[in-house]
Structure formats: C-alpha cells, structure tokens
Design a binder for this molecule. Structure first.
Ligand SMILES: [Zn+2]
Length: 339
C-alpha cells in the first residue's frame, strides 16, 4: 500500500505533455505488463483479512491512473490541434518541384499540332515488327539493296521479328484496316544498327504522314508540306524540292529548307550549301497500295517522313544527339519553360 502511494506521487509529478510521453505512461502503468496489472496479481499473496482493504486501495489506484490517462489524452490532443492553428495559411507555400517536357516531346507535339489543323489524326503501332510490315509490304523485298541502309536489330527467338527502322509499319497496318480515306500522322521511336556518336544514334524518333483518297495528287502533297514548314519555321521560309528515290513512293522527293543558321550563306551545319534537308516524301507506290489490298486504279495517296531529333537540335542549339537519352536532369531542366 505504501508502494501504491509512492506511485501516485510519481504520477502526479510526471511531465506528460505530448503524445510520446503519454504513450510511455500508458505502457508503464496501464499496459498488459504494466504496474496496475502487476499489483492486481499481488492480490493472491495478500492475507485473507486484508484482501478487502487492499482491493479497495487497488481499485482506487486503477481508476486514478485511468483518469490521469484520459485527462492527459485530452491535453495532448488539444496541443496537437493548437499547433495546427498556429500555421499561417496566408504565407506562400513551398514550391513543388516542377517537371519539364522532354525536348523531343516538345518538337513532336508541335508537329502533331500543325498537322492536326489539316485534319490528320495520330496513329500508333508496334516497335517490334515483323519483316512484312517493316520491309516487304513497303516494296522492299528481301535482297533489295535499300535494306542495307536500314540495318536494324533482330529478335533472337524469331528471326522474322525486328525493331522497326521507320514508322512506316504503322502506314501498312492502317491501310490494311481498309477504312478509306486515310489522313494520319505517325510519330514514334525507330531503330537502326548505327554507331552511336554526336550525330547519330541506334534509336531516334520520326513522324510520318499518310493521306489516301480518290484523286490525291502531288499538288496536295506540296500544299500540305508548304503549310507545315511555314507554320513550323515562319511564313517567309524558302523551300525547295529535289527529286529522290524511295522504294515505297513514286515519284519521290526530298524537301529542303533554307538553312536557319546562315540563312543561305553557307555554314558548317548546312555543309556550305545554304540548305537543310528536312524530309522525304512522294506519292505512295502502287505496289504498296496493292500489298495492302487497296485498288491503285481508284485510290492515290502521298506519304512523307522526317526525323524529330535534327529539327530539335537546330531549334534549341543542341550539339550532341546523345544528350536526348542520357537522362541528365541538368540538361532536361533547361526545358522547364520551353514550348
Ligand atoms: Zn547554314
């Protein structure tokens, strides 16, 4: 009983002010291995004639410790509440770290936005492709010399599978669906077995376009691309078409714009020509239409394709293509407010 009195004094002197000290108190006195339980267990050692008196004191002590706990719980709870009330919500908050769009995404989105104004929808397709959709259907049969320029990576389990060398596989897959007319752009990642350097990489990005309908002509192709370059590079941009060769288009052309660095005078970026090659294009080859079960006597179409990396390098003055895929935040953070 003297011991209980001592505990009471000890409890009265306790500095319980917060949740931590309150919990320490609860464990010490009210826990399953706490003092109250231990004293209750002493009951069996008390002589019979004193059991009643001890029981009374014991009960009082139990109620005392529990009441203290409830009381302190309120105080500790209020303390937490008043801490919240002390926060001045009119102060400016801590800024959240803001991410940034990747420069390739910025350029791709800009390109998509321009073509979407001409009614082009976005189409997507697999990056792991079979030989037919990447080469054969595009008038690039096996042993065609143009395949050498598009060496890529093959999947070991199935030699028919490869990493696509262009987004043209999406053109084939969309044409195969047989829903005409078609007016789509296809942005995406492509792969080539190239030595990685400041100027070339084993993967990069392209955007291609395809328009198939009755009576689509080369004039439509030129008008579409003129609109694109004017929106992209300014109304007064000088443009030229050069005849070219691609297996999947006939006739084929490459489109150059006046060098944006030297404005035609000649510099190292444009190899002293004053022109920058930006895209390849042409009228879809009748063989390609036939491969996709489209009647070339009824339908015609044009297609074009361009890389996204090079215009991005030029626009932001970046001198190494490898920076795009190194995930260096010091590089990426520079585009936080870029559009
Ligand atoms: Zn130049």
């Amino acid at each position: 009983m003297q011991q209980i009195e001592a505990y009471k004094k000890e409890i009265e002197a306790l500095p319980v002010t917060d949740a931590k000290s309150l919990e320490e108190y609860r464990i010490k006195y009210l826990g399953t291995k706490g003092i109250v339980k231990a004293l209750m267990a002493e009951m069996k050692n008390v002589a019979n004639d004193q059991k009643k008196a001890f029981g009374q004191v014991m009960n009082e002590f139990k109620q005392f410790t529990e009441a203290k706990y409830e009381n302190w719980k309120d105080i500790a709870g209020n303390g937490a509440a008043s801490a919240v009330a002390d926060i001045d919500t009119s102060l400016p908050g801590d800024p959240l770290p803001l991410g940034s769009r990747h420069p390739i995404s910025l350029m791709r989105n800009k390109m998509i936005e321009i073509f979407s104004r001409l009614g082009f929808a976005v189409a997507d397709g697999p990056e792991i492709e079979d030989d037919f959709h990447n080469f054969t259907a595009l008038n690039l049969p096996e042993h065609h010399p143009a395949r050498d320029m598009q060496d890529t990576f093959y999947v070991q389990q199935n030699p028919d599978w490869l990493l696509r060398t262009h987004t043209s596989n999406v053109q084939i897959r969309e044409m195969e669906k047989g829903k005409l007319p078609l007016r789509i752009v296809m942005p995406g990642r492509v792969y080539r077995n190239e030595t990685v350097s400041a100027r070339s990489h084993c993967f990069f990005h392209q955007i291609e376009g395809l328009y198939i309908d009755e009576n689509v002509s080369f004039a439509d192709l030129k008008q579409t691309l003129y609109f694109f370059v004017q929106e992209m590079y300014g109304k007064n941009i000088k443009v030229r078409f050069r005849p070219s060769y691609f297996p999947f288009t006939e006739p084929s052309a490459e489109m150059d714009i006046e060098c944006q660095i030297c404005h035609g005078a000649g510099c190292s970026i444009c190899k002293r020509t004053g022109w920058l090659e930006i895209l390849g294009c042409g009228m879809v080859h009748p063989n390609v239409l036939t491969n996709c079960n489209i009647d070339p006597n009824k339908y015609t179409g044009f297609a074009f394709g361009m890389g996204i990396e090079r215009p991005t390098l030029l626009k932001y003055g970046i001198n190494d293509i490898r920076l795009f895929s190194e995930n260096d935040v010091r590089f990426l953070r520079q585009f936080t407010s870029a559009v």
